[in-house]
Design a protein around this ligand. Structure first.
Ligand SMILES: [Ca+2]
Ligand SMILES: [Ca+2]
Ligand SMILES: [Ca+2]
Ligand SMILES: [Ca+2]
Length: 296
């Protein structure tokens, strides 16, 4: 599977109560949806893994193609489904999808993406255009970065090491804690980011992106679906200028991202990708989804 990226050895993260077997890894791909097509890709997952995925439409920024996404288990049952999940700072409405799933049974699952409103995933839709697919598996190994210090400032931000590509890391919230992660973006680069609670799957996060001056440029509270709950966050952001941006994770109630006003307590995964301006998305290659693409 080419979704895998290099797993770096950083601080060991304990996934409490989770017997994850797969390595932790992330991936990003530019893919095209065509009218009448369903993108379907097999992915091997182990009991205890947490699977995460989001689409970021870039045909028109965050508005088209309007995707639906789901994960299907080895028995053919739908595990989780989402239509529009999370926020976007583009000029259009946000029609990308975000899903999370805690895996209870090992086996070959299918990730499927279709167009609105092909709820049966049979290909009956007119949606067409490029999107960015970002995915990760939170498994038994450390991620690419880890929040360890309790430093509620951008100056203490955890470097993600992310240039163009994807990364996945871990963080922990406690009451009053805000976590900052730094990414370097070029003008027009597109950021896709999502949080996933590790223990309860109901960690109520807020996710923000701030510029170097600390100005909050976009944020999300409840974005996407995870087994019926909707407390975690996902956002899409296009950089207006080249520079360092800060991704901030805090708890519900702290809408100004200064730590006051939240009592959320727990660990989470943070899945990220940064890719060049939308016009270049198709140049990334069809990635993992290409192999599973089928024409009706
Ligand atoms: Ca949608
Ligand atoms: Ca923290
Ligand atoms: Ca939330
Ligand atoms: Ca506050």
């Amino acid at each position: 599977m080419n979704l895998r990226t290099c797993v770096t050895a950083s601080a060991v993260v304990v996934l409490s109560g989770i017997a994850a077997a797969s390595p932790t890894f992330s991936g990003v791909a530019g893919v095209n949806l065509s009218a009448g097509n369903v993108l379907s890709a097999p992915i091997s997952l182990e009991e205890g893994d947490i699977f995460n995925a989001m689409t970021t439409p870039v045909g028109s920024l965050f508005g088209s193609p309007d995707t639906l996404m789901r994960l299907v288990d080895p028995a053919g049952a739908e595990v989780v489904f989402n239509d529009d999940g999370g926020s976007g700072n583009g000029p259009n409405s946000q029609f990308g999808s975000t899903i999370r799933a805690a895996i209870r049974v090992s086996g070959v699952y299918f990730l499927q993406i279709t167009g609105f409103n092909d709820r049966s995933f049979t290909g009956a839709h007119p949606e067409a255009g490029p999107m960015i697919f970002t995915g990760s598996v939170l498994g038994s190994t450390p991620g690419d970065f880890s929040d360890s210090a309790s430093d509620n400032t951008a100056a203490g931000a955890v470097p993600t090491g992310l240039g163009v590509g994807s990364a996945v890391g871990f963080g922990t919230l406690s009451a009053g804690d805000v976590d900052y992660f730094a990414v370097t973006m070029g003008a027009g680069d597109v950021l896709s980011a999502m949080t996933t609670g590790l223990q309860s799957h109901q960690l109520d996060t807020l996710l923000g992106v701030l510029d170097a001056n600390g100005l909050l440029l976009n944020n999300d509270d409840a974005g996407g679906d995870s087994r019926g709950s909707n407390f975690e966050s996902s956002l899409r952001f296009v950089a207006p200028a080249a520079g360092t941006y800060y991704i901030a994770v805090t708890g519900f109630g702290d809408s100004d991202f200064n730590g006051s006003g939240h009592t959320e307590d727990g660990a989470y995964g943070l899945t990220l990708s940064v890719v060049p301006a939308p016009g270049a998305a198709a140049l990334l290659g069809l990635g993992m989804l290409a192999a599973g693409r089928r024409r009706r």
